[in-house]
Unconditional design. Structure first.
Length: 55
C-alpha cells in the first residue's frame, strides 16, 4: 500500500463535515450581514469627506 493511502471516509463522517461546514457558512454569512451597514456608513463618510463619523 502507498504511504499516502487512507481509508475512504464513511458516509457518517462526510455528513458530519457537511453539517459543520454548513453551520460555519451560516456563521460567516451572519457576520457579513452584520458588517454590511457599518461598511455602508464608512463609505458614505469617506465619499462625503467627513472628519467626524457622528454628524
Amino acid at each position: 500500500m502507498p504511504s499516502c493511502w487512507r481509508p475512504a471516509a464513511t458516509t457518517a463522517a462526510r455528513g458530519g463535515l457537511q453539517e459543520r461546514a454548513a453551520a460555519k457558512l451560516a456563521e460567516v454569512d451572519a457576520k457579513i450581514a452584520d458588517l454590511a451597514p457599518i461598511r455602508t456608513a464608512l463609505v458614505t463618510a469617506v465619499e462625503a469627506g467627513r472628519d467626524d463619523l457622528t454628524t
